[in-house]
Design a protein around this ligand. Structure first.
Ligand code: CTP
Length: 415
């Protein structure tokens, strides 16, 4: 299986400028007596003919020197360098990562890896997560395009399997459990039997991962084209429960995701909207625990809280005889996302109709008088103005004040 050459696929699947970049990078590395490789997900996707322009390069040598040399030769720009011998280079409208080939070690489960030593490509590939991600392509001439596949990556792509390279992989880095699920569902593959056994054996290692990293994995999952597939699988395997023991993702949750996508197409669903759908079954207490554990940013946490608060108000919103003014009063304190999520997930037809009415009409209605008018009529600046304006708006919505004059009369009465 080895020694296949993918130069033709590179030419066919990448834009001309990137092909030129890869060739030039290979020649430049060779000039510095370094071997250079394309690695990881982009190689997997090249073989699968899936679009992916996230180029990861690995050099057996000095990544920063290579990036600087590239930038000097052409119009590229080195935009980041790290003390771990990695660089980011901007090339036309692309960003390419270059890293030095490295062996890593994990000092303790859950910790980020520390670099043990710089090494050759073979040792760099063996530290990777799955066979399908552990392939590399030579970029330096004369071997440009030649595939390195030591761990049956191509065979697993053909068999449709996600397989770890060694039995301690998930103990080293339990975020790989989430990665396995994402790849499996994205590519319509299967997690290989033994790998699945290891996930079950090592699932508790997810408890060693920090909230930030877990949130990162969840965010990546939500960025998938069909996140509901990965979320369902994660629930089935007990992985979701490691984010919060009461987090569930059943068929109805999956249906909401599909429905939301259908309504928003061609746009993607905002992440906070997806998170709100995910936590819709939570109690407020569970939500607080979830927000703390995953370090959910404050603004997003607020949307999630408001979503559940509004869910709690839905029976009131569905009551008979509610005036437009009352609907407005109930809904205007909620953010749009909280309302939209409830509109999608609520079961009450009456409550849904009122949310639609609010979004389409009520929220856009304005009073004839404004704050300045009220102050010129003697209302003192401050919260009184806001309260009076709200009173006028409700009166307008309920048909109790239909003209500017009627509003003036109302102000006189309350003033
Ligand atoms: N990798 C790994 N273990 C991890 C994360 C990453 O071994 N926990 C390796 C894999 O070889 C992976 C590469 O680093 O292919 C790049 O990681 P990343 O950019 O996260 O993944 P991609 O494979 O590019 O996948 P995606 O298509 O999801 O971006």
């Amino acid at each position: 299986m080895n020694n296949i050459n993918l130069a033709k696929q590179i030419n066919q699947q990448f834009p001309v400028e990137l092909v030129k970049f890869l060739q030039l990078a290979g020649v430049t590395a060779a000039g510095l007596q370094q071997r250079l490789f394309l690695v990881g997900g982009v190689v997997r996707d090249l073989l699968l003919e899936r679009p992916n322009l996230d180029l990861d390069l690995v050099v057996e040598g000095d990544a920063i020197r290579l990036a600087e040399e590239m930038a000097r030769l052409e119009t590229g720009k080195v935009i980041a360098r790290s003390r771990f011998n990695t660089a980011k280079i901007r090339w036309e409208r692309w960003t390419v990562d270059i890293a030095a080939a490295r062996a890593e070690s994990y000092t303790q489960p859950g910790a980020l890896p520390s670099i043990q030593s710089f090494c050759d490509i073979q040792n760099d590939l063996i530290r990777r997560d799955f066979s399908v991600n552990a392939m590399a392509i030579y970029l330096d001439p004369p071997r440009f395009g030649e595939l390195i596949d030591r761990y049956e990556g191509q065979a697993d792509l053909k068999r449709g399997l996600i397989r770890v390279l060694h039995d301690k992989s998930f103990q080293d880095d339990a975020t790989r459990i989430w990665r396995a699920v994402r790849y499996e569902q994205r590519l319509n593959f299967k997690i290989e039997d033994h790998t699945l056994e290891l996930i079950k054996r090592d699932i508790d290692y997810l408890e060693t991962i920090s909230g930030d990293r877990l949130r990162g994995e969840l965010e990546l999952c939500l960025e998938e084209e069909k996140p509901e597939k990965s979320l369902q699988r994660a629930d089935d395997l007990g992985i979701l429960a490691k984010l919060h023991p009461d987090l569930k993702f059943g068929e109805s949750s999956a249906r909401f995701f599909v429905k939301a996508r259908g309504r928003l197409e061609p746009f993607s669903i905002p992440e906070e909207f997806e998170l709100a759908l995910l936590v819709y079954g939570f109690t407020p207490e569970h939500l607080t625990e979830f927000n703390v554990l995953l370090k959910i940013p404050k603004s997003v946490a607020l949307v999630l809280q408001e979503t559940l608060q509004l869910k709690n108000e839905l029976p009131t919103l569905a009551e008979k005889g509610l005036t437009d003014g009352a609907v407005y009063r109930l809904l205007h304190r909620f953010q749009q996302t909280a309302i939209l999520v409830n509109l999608l997930a609520a079961s009450s037809y009456a409550a849904k109709k009122r949310m639609e009415l609010y979004l389409a009409k009520l929220q856009h209605v304005r009073t004839f008088l404004n704050g300045r008018d009220l102050m010129s009529m003697g209302i003192t600046a401050g919260p009184r103005v806001k309260e009076t304006l709200e009173l006028l708006l409700e009166a307008r919505l309920d048909g109790r004040a239909k003209t500017r004059e009627e509003e003036i009369e109302m102000v006189k009465k309350v003033g």
